[in-house]
Design a binder for this molecule. Structure first.
Ligand SMILES: [Zn+2]
Length: 209
């Protein structure tokens, strides 16, 4: 009999889903959220639930390979990307994924990264002590084969200089961001989405982003 999922992990996911829905970052049943649990377990949203209305029944447990503890339940289709992040970064405690207008539009017109430079909110990311910095946010091509997409993400990480930016875009699809806990992951997501919204606004007024 599997251990129950700790209430704190469920609450973190439920609350984060609500916050992301308020910002219109998880339309329809888009997006997924997870929290690392002790014992190489992950609590993650089940497939097909709207993130504005999550509850304990919408959260399930998988192992670090993405296998459900209860085989009758289906985890988010992109569980492999969450688990791949936890396997690669022992410090990752929560992973969030959303589909905003800004991250969808900008990733569609980008090359293999988006440069974010000179933003105060870059301070939200580790290893960047001042706003006077720049990051290259990776953009990966979308792929319905999640195992293959995760391999592409890992190949990109292998080419990046440390510290690895705790986030990436999937072209025409959405963003992945992680942090040591859900609050930190959400703060980074909000920072990143703000900067992407600024890039969008710059384009719409014809300014150089
Ligand atoms: Zn998605």
């Amino acid at each position: 009999m599997a251990q129950p999922i700790p209430e704190a992990a469920i609450q973190a996911i439920v609350e984060a889903g609500r916050r992301m829905a308020e910002r219109n970052w998880v339309p329809a049943t888009a997006g997924n959220l997870s929290v690392r649990l002790p014992g190489n377990r992950v609590a993650i949203t089940r497939s097909g639930f709207h993130k504005a209305h999550l509850d304990a029944g919408a959260v399930m447990a998988v192992d670090l390979g993405g296998a459900p503890e209860n085989p009758a339940l289906r985890p988010s289709a992109e569980t492999g990307l969450h688990c791949g992040t936890y396997r690669a970064f022992p410090e990752a405690g929560a992973v969030v994924h959303g589909h905003s207008i800004a991250n969808t539009v900008l990733s569609r017109r980008a090359g293999d990264s988006i440069r974010l430079e000179g933003y105060e909110l870059l301070k939200a990311f580790p290893g960047l002590p001042t706003h006077d910095a720049a990051v290259e946010l990776p953009v990966l091509d979308n792929d319905q084969d999640i195992a293959r997409l995760q391999r592409a993400v890992e190949a990109r990480w292998a080419r990046m200089a440390a510290p690895i930016l705790p986030g990436y875009l999937i072209r025409g699809h959405g963003v992945y961001v992680w942090g040591p806990d859900m609050d930190a992951a959400l703060a980074r997501l909000e920072g990143l989405e703000f900067m992407l919204a600024c890039e969008m606004a710059s384009l719409s007024i014809g300014a150089a982003p």
